[in-house]
Design a protein around this ligand. Sequence first.
Ligand SMILES: Cc1cc2nc3c(=O)[nH]c(=O)nc-3n(C[C@H](O)[C@H](O)[C@H](O)COP(=O)(O)OP(=O)(O)OC[C@H]3O[C@@H](n4cnc5c(N)ncnc54)[C@H](O)[C@@H]3O)c2cc1C
Length: 454
Amino acid sequence: MFALSVEGMLAHIAMDYVLLAALVGIVVVAVFTVRGAIRSQNLEKAAREDYEQALAQGSIPASLYPSVDLNTCLGTGNCVEVCPEKDVLGIIGGKARIVNPTSCIGHGECHRACPVQAISLVIGSEKRGVDIPLLKPNFETSAPGVFVVGELGGMGLIYNAMNQAVQCVQQLAKKPLQKISGVHELVIVGAGPAGLAASVTAKNENVDFVTLDQESVGGTVLHYPRQKIVMTRPVELPGYGWVRLDTIEKESLLNIWLDIVDRVGLSIQTETKVEKIHRERGVLLIETSKGALRAQRVILALGRRGSPRRLGVPGEELGNVTYRLIEPDAYTGKRCLVVGGGDSAVETALSLVEAGALVRLVHRGKVFDRIKMANRRKLEEAEEAEMLHICREAEVKRIERDAVTLSIGGKPHRFRNNYVIIQAGGVLPKSFLESIGIEVQRYQGEVFAPANPS
Ligand SMILES: Cc1cc2nc3c(=O)[nH]c(=O)nc-3n(C[C@H](O)[C@H](O)[C@H](O)COP(=O)(O)OP(=O)(O)OC[C@H]3O[C@@H](n4cnc5c(N)ncnc54)[C@H](O)[C@@H]3O)c2cc1C
C-alpha cells in the first residue's frame, strides 16, 4: 500500500514536471515568436523609411544593381542576408526592395541567392540613365586606339576591374605597333584597381607605358570609409603573383596596392589629371594638368566617380584645400571647413569631429535630405552636443590660408580656419568620353552584358 502510494506520488511529480516543462517550452517559443515578429516589424519599418527616402531622392547605384520582379519574388529574404554590404535590400510587404541604393556596389550575390530567379542585375533607371562606352570584345572603344577597362565599362568590383585590365593589356601586347620615337606605346589613365593591374601587366610584358592619376594610387578604395571591410576574390597579376584577397580592411588593401607598386617597381604620376585626348598626326595626344604626352594607345581606367567638383572660388588653388579625407587624425585640433550636403561630406565632418578637429560643415540647402538615415541621426546628435557647427543655406565665397568667407543667408561672414575639405560630388566622365569621340550607350534599367574577350 505504502509502496503504491510512493509510486503514485512519483508518477504525479513526473507528470507535474512534464507539464511544467511543456509550459516553459510554450512560453519560450511564444517569447521567441513575439520577439522575432517585433524584430521583423522593426526591420520592415526601417526598410520602409529607407525605401521611401531612396524613392524621393531617385538615387541609383553607379554600376550593376538588382532589379526585383515583384510578381516572382517570394520574400524569402535570402537576398537580404547574403548581401556583403548588408543594408542594400529589405523586405517590405513580403517582397524584396532596394532600400539603400547608394550602398550597392554590384556584388551580385542577391541575384545568385534568389531561389526563384526574381532578381536580375541591371544598370541605370528610366529616370536616370547611365552612359556606358560601347566596347569591342578587346575593350577597344569606337575611338581607335582608346580602350576602357574597369568600372567605367560598367563592371564594378575590384576583382572584375583587375581581371579586365590584365586581359586587355595581354591582348595589346600580342599585337605590338611599330615603335615611334618620342611616343609611348601606352598611356594608362587611372591608378585604381584596373589601372594598377594594367600597369603591372604592361611592365611584365615590357611595354613602354606611363600611368597617370589625378589623385594617388588606390582609386575609389581611397574613398571608402575607414576600416571598411572589403570583400573580393583572389586575382593573379602577371609578374607579381596572386593577390590573395578575400575579406580585408580598406587600410590593409591600400598597403597591398603600395606593395605591388614597390615590388614591381611602378612609377605612377599622381596628381596629374588627363583633361583632353585627341588624335594628332596619327598618334594620340594626351593633355594633362602637368603637360602633354603622346601615345600609340590609351587605356582609360577612370572608374565612374568622376573628378571632384570644384567650387570655382578665389583661393581654391591653395595648399590647405583638398577634395578627400584620408587621415582624419592629421587634423586633430585644427579648424576644418567641410563643404557639401551629401553622405560623403557628412561622413567626413563626423570623422573629423571624432579625430578632435574643430569642424564647420557648410551646406547650400536648408536640410540634409539626400543622406542616409544613420548619417542624419549621427549628424543631429553631434550638432545637438555642439560637437560641430553647421552652416545651412550657406556658400563658400573665398578661401585664405587662415580664414574663409562664407555667404550665410545672403550675408558675408569671415571665420578663422585652417583646412577646407570639399565634398561636393563629382563631374562624371561622360562629356570627357564624348570629347574623345567614344560612343556611349545609355542604360535605363536594362540587363548589362560586359565586354568579354574570350
Ligand atoms: C563605398 C564603396 C565600397 C566598395 N566596396 C567594395 C568591395 O567590398 N569589394 C569590391 O570588389 N568592390 C567594392 N567597391 C567597388 C570598387 O571600389 C570599384 O568597382 C573599383 O574601385 C573600380 O576600379 P576602377 O579601377 O575601375 O576605378 P576606380 O577605383 O574608381 O579608379 C579610377 C581612378 O581613375 C582616376 N581618374 C579618374 N579620372 C581621371 C582623369 N581625368 N585623369 C587622371 N586620373 C583620373 C581616379 O582618380 C581614380 O584613382 C566599393 C565601392 C564603394 C564606393
